[in-house]
Design a protein around this ligand. Structure first.
Ligand SMILES: Nc1ncnc2c1ncn2[C@@H]1O[C@H](COP(=O)(O)OP(=O)(O)OP(=O)(O)O)[C@@H](O)[C@H]1O
Length: 250
């Protein structure tokens, strides 16, 4: 099944693709981590990228971020090829969270959020606005490591969102969160997409992906095995087979 997205329509008009990946392959020595993967994420769209452990999800994020070199394929943001320099991603409107927290544990909450807005005209104001938006202002001057885990996850999100990205890559944002925090995360992702941001979401919590995403792409052994709306993907026998025997809802 092709992973090309059919145009998403708002008011009858197709939205433009933010992220376009075409024929992407990544090899690690003899291992094919990604094999001819194509997908699109459009303005205002939330696309889930799921698959069993080792399917290639993080490798795809790393390829978009310029951290691994593809052996084939193209990656464009707003129609322009991404620069190979990962340090220039924020200038292209791309932000990412990491599978772990990836926070600077010796710094305060505010300083961690500021790190996502370095080089901006008035980073302090932007950081404060983001802290307020995520209810983190009361913790702003505390060392980030002192916060409970769900709050630290929020700081990691705030650091990505403070740059007002047009493309947001989320790597397992629901990991380690309880049901209340997961529901709030879902609301935040939908609100972010409503501003026009394109969101690509890697997540093992399949129920969450199905509830929050417009479309879902399923990888297995580096290949796209299914894509479509959550309902289409949930009913696809290839997806059941890929997940057979593993826990799909953690
Ligand atoms: N730097 C690397 N060197 C060698 N092999 C790698 C490297 N990074 C990833 N791999 C391999 O590539 C494959 C895809 O890994 P990847 O981490 O992208 O999968 P994933 O779908 O994100 O898995 P998980 O859900 O467990 O995070 C795996 O077989 C992994 O062992």
């Amino acid at each position: 099944m092709s992973a090309q997205m059919t145009p998403v329509r708002t008011g009858g008009e197709p939205r433009s693709p933010r992220l376009s990946i075409h024929g992407l392959s990544v090899r690690f020595g003899g291992l094919s981590a990604l094999d001819d993967v194509s997908l699109e994420v459009r303005e205002g769209e939330v696309v889930g990228l799921i698959g069993p452990n080792g399917a290639g999800k993080t490798t795809l994020f790393n390829a978009v971020c310029g951290l691994v070199r593809p052996s084939a394929g193209t990656i464009t943001v707003d129609g322009v090829p991404l620069p190979p320099d990962p340090t220039r991603l924020s200038a292209r409107g791309v932000a990412r969270t990491l599978q772990g927290l990836g926070l600077f544990r010796g710094l305060t909450v505010r300083e961690n959020v500021l790190a996502g807005r370095l080089g901006a005209h008035d980073p302090g104001t932007d950081a404060q606005r983001q802290l307020d938006a995520l209810d983190l202002a009361g913790h702003a001057d505390r060392p980030v490591g002192d916060l409970p885990y769900p709050e630290q996850k929020k700081v990691a999100l705030a650091r990505a969102l403070v740059a007002q990205p047009s493309l947001l890559l989320l790597d397992e944002p629901a990991g380690g969160l309880g049901s209340e925090d997961i529901a709030a995360l879902g609301d935040l992702i939908r609100r972010t997409a409503a501003t026009g941001c394109a969101v690509l979401l890697v997540e093992h919590h399949v129920d969450f992906v199905m509830s929050v995403c417009d479309r879902v792409v399923v990888l297995d052994f580096g290949r796209v095995i299914a894509s479509g709306t959550p309902d289409e993907v949930a009913g696809d026998p290839a997806v059941d087979e890929a997940y057979l025997g593993i826990e799909v809802s953690r």
